[in-house]
Design a protein around this ligand. Structure first.
Ligand code: XMP
Length: 592
């Protein structure tokens, strides 16, 4: 069973800017059909040979200037087409139907009443629950189309021209809340488009190993590993494909890592094989370059450049391998898409897998990315198959720039300011609002952490107060909030030490209590906020997420929080423990 690499896949998902585009692709792969994402405006000729096209949902209105479009010729290629949400509206719009703004939006659960049979709904009938998220709606179907189903507020919730195999649904079959969603997608793949099963995420190891042998063509592979799941799985595949003589892994200690991290990574790689792993100590270089820097994007660029500098020096030195090498990276499919520029997204934060040095290697055909077609859960599955430990595979994501983007800095001295709703703290963090980046101060609530509706309240405070993008609540402190201020503070050994200690305490307590199994990620952030005797505070940011694109702030069980506060406030110089109540959007997961 192989992926049709280098050819047009059986199914192509056209991206119209919807957050569910990756989800559609994953669900189709879960059904056993390999598919890839392409920009919606792709030339129809590049789709020739595929069996089915899915047009994703998206936030725009088809009748507005600049909205994502498709070339109407895609409807004449002879491939089956399924338009989902905005995709259905695009289909109606281009083929002679009508799309209008609805009387009211329809968000969340709705009931679909099927009124006509069609292959898309084979085995499904009557009335069932679906997930909707739309304001615009198709108000007249194109010629030759029939209405297949409706909801209370949407009279054309599904439509089709079965003879041309063109289908549209206003709801989202790809989300778990749609009853029969997988059956509908499966009907489209096998019943309508005539696909064959060609993908099994649990059988990729042999295919990828073969691909690595071909792509390296006798050359060796060099990896910079981080200890994360992706680079470790990619490296292990290369090790299996080429043998220990031809692979080397190097871990760069930037001085920005968590407590015990270098030892953990060393342990993992030494258990994979002798003599294949080394640590490069570059702490001084990174900390030196970050001296006096406050701006988050500047920090990211400095770290990115320092990393490339270290990489370049090592690769050119021939110290670890001779010149007959290619560089391996653990890039996965969502990163490939983002860096390839097909995602219709504003730059919120800089990504590192396509910096200039890497582009040069690509041009020289000296880069391999064995996981570039896989999603994170497919990589974990592969890792299990390769025998990597559950401890490693279950690790929470950790950002490349490390603790630097969790150690906030400040240039000036400024006090907190009393507002009607709480305290405005002069500490800014990055957020994502209306699909664009924001960089704003945070609101501190002195009370109310235990209230049931505190997260909703935080959400409405952000919507109501123009100047902020984040809300935190006080869990414990040495001093009252009215005495707090920021003072000039940068990344230095003392503050990094405080953060590292705090992070280690939180990680240990989460692990012991099992709470780490209930969150997707749990950043601990150090902010320069407090009186002179206790100049820093920590923010706890436990979140739920599926892919890091959106996230929900999670409550910490009271007994666990109380233990955390007790241990954290014993750290020298720490003033307070705060809990981040902000979802993403409007806050990002990391503070910078
Ligand atoms: P944000 O803060 O943008 O983060 O909501 C989303 C997810 O990405 C991780 N992250 C990074 N990972 N290099 C990485 O490898 C980075 O520069 C980076 N920045 C953010 C973050 O931890 C979260 O899981």
């Amino acid at each position: 069973m192989s992926s049709p690499r280098g050819t047009v896949p059986q199914i192509v998902v056209l991206d119209t800017g919807g957050q569910y585009c990756h989800l559609i692709t994953r669900k189709i792969r879960d059904l056993g059909v390999y598919c890839e994402i392409r920009p919606s405006e792709i030339e129809p000729a590049q789709l020739e040979g595929c069996r089915g096209i899915v047009i994703s949902g998206g936030p725009a209105s088809v009748y507005e200037d600049g909205s994502p479009q498709v070339d109407p010729a895609i409807f004449k290629l002879g491939a089956a087409v399924l338009g989902i949400c905005y995709g259905q509206q695009l289909m109606a719009w281009h083929l002679g139907g009508e799309v209008r703004k609805g009387q009211r939006g329809e968000y969340g659960l709705a009931w679909l009443e099927l009124s006509a049979a069609a292959p898309l709904f084979e085995g499904v009938s009557g009335r069932f629950s679906i997930w909707m998220s739309h304001r615009d709606t198709v108000t007249a179907v194109p010629p030759e189309f029939a209405v297949l189903g409706q909801t209370e507020t949407c009279s054309i919730a599904a439509m089709a021209d079965p003879a041309r195999r063109l289908y549209g649904v206003q709801f989202h079959p790809e989300v778990v809340h749609t009853e029969h969603g997988m059956e509908i997608l499966s009907n489209f793949l096998f019943g309508v488009a005539g696909c064959e099963r060609d993908w099994n995420p649990r059988a990729q190891a042999l295919r990828i190993e073969q691909e690595i042998r071909e792509a390296t063509a006798g050359r060796n592979v060099f990896f910079f590993v981080s200890g994360g799941v992706d680079s470790t799985v990619a490296f292990t595949l290369c090790l299996k494909a080429l043998g220990p003589e031809r692979v080397r892994a190097l871990y760069v200690d930037t001085g920005l890592m968590r407590e015990g991290e270098t030892e953990f990574v060393t342990g993992v790689f030494e258990s994979l094989g002798q003599g294949i792993f080394a640590v490069e100590h570059a702490e001084e270089r990174f900390l030196g370059a970050l001296q006096g820097v406050t701006d988050p994007e500047k920090k990211r660029h400095i770290i990115g450049e320092a990393f490339v500098g270290v990489q370049q020096t090592i690769l050119e030195s021939g110290h670890y391998l001779d010149r007959n090498w290619v560089l391996g990276q653990g890039t996965i499919y969502p990163d490939t898409i983002e860096s390839g520029g097909t995602a219709k997204a504003d730059l919120i934060k800089t990504h590192h897998n396509r910096v200039a040095g890497i582009q040069k290697l690509i041009a020289e055909n000296r880069l391999i990315e064995p996981l570039r077609l896989l999603y994170k859960d497919e990589v974990r599955e592969l890792g299990r198959e390769l025998g990597l430990s559950a401890d490693l595979l279950g690790r929470h994501p950790f950002p490349g720039p490390g603790l630097a983007i969790r150690c906030l800095c400040s240039e000036q001295r400024a006090p907190v300011e009393r507002l009607e709703q709480g305290w405005l703290a002069p500490v800014r963090s990055v957020g994502v609002q209306g699909d664009s980046r924001s960089y704003r101060p945070v609101l501190v609530l002195e009370e109310g952490l235990a209230d049931a509706g505190i997260h909703e309240r935080a959400g409405s405070l952000i919507n109501g107060l123009a100047g902020i993008n984040r809300v935190v609540a006080l869990a414990a402190s040495h001093t009252p909030v009215c005495d707090w201020e920021t003072r000039p503070a940068w990344i230095d050994a003392l503050r990094l030490g405080r953060l590292r200690r705090a992070d280690a305490i939180v990680r240990r307590l989460c692990h012991e209590s099992g709470f780490d199994q209930h969150v997707w990620q749990f950043p601990v952030v150090l902010i320069p906020l407090g009186p002179a005797a206790h100049p820093d505070s920590v923010v706890l940011r436990p979140i739920h997420s599926v892919d890091g694109m959106t996230a929900r702030a999670v409550s910490i069980p009271p007994a666990l929080l109380s233990r955390m506060c007790g241990e954290l406030l014993a750290i020298d110089g720490l003033n307070a423990v705060l809990i981040d109540l902000t979802n993403k959007p409007p806050g990002t997961i990391e503070w910078e």
